[in-house]
Design a protein around this ligand. Sequence first.
Ligand SMILES: [Zn+2]
Length: 113
Amino acid sequence: MAIEFICHSCNQKITVKFLKPGETASCKNCGAKNIIPEPNSSVGGSVLCGLKSKIKNIEEKITEPESIFKISEEKAQEIINRWIPKALTVWAIDNFFFYVLFRIDMKAKTLES
Ligand SMILES: [Zn+2]
């Protein structure tokens, strides 16, 4: 039996055919997840389901940054593994040239005096 209800996010009418009350359905218009209310439920009942849907969406948003953090942690490790040896090599080459230039400079100064 099809259940009709209003999206809590965009107020679009949603019709579900194969889902049961209490399950979540994504709104075709805005993508918001709605908890399906009991068919022919009272206004209060559908408002409650709307609130439940809002809480569920907030909960999902709260858990999202965690996964982003996990990805960034892996990325950070990858960056460290990739760039630290390069940075060290550049630093070593830089220091070596600085040392050579310093020696040349010292030699020039000793020749001058
Ligand atoms: Zn919607």
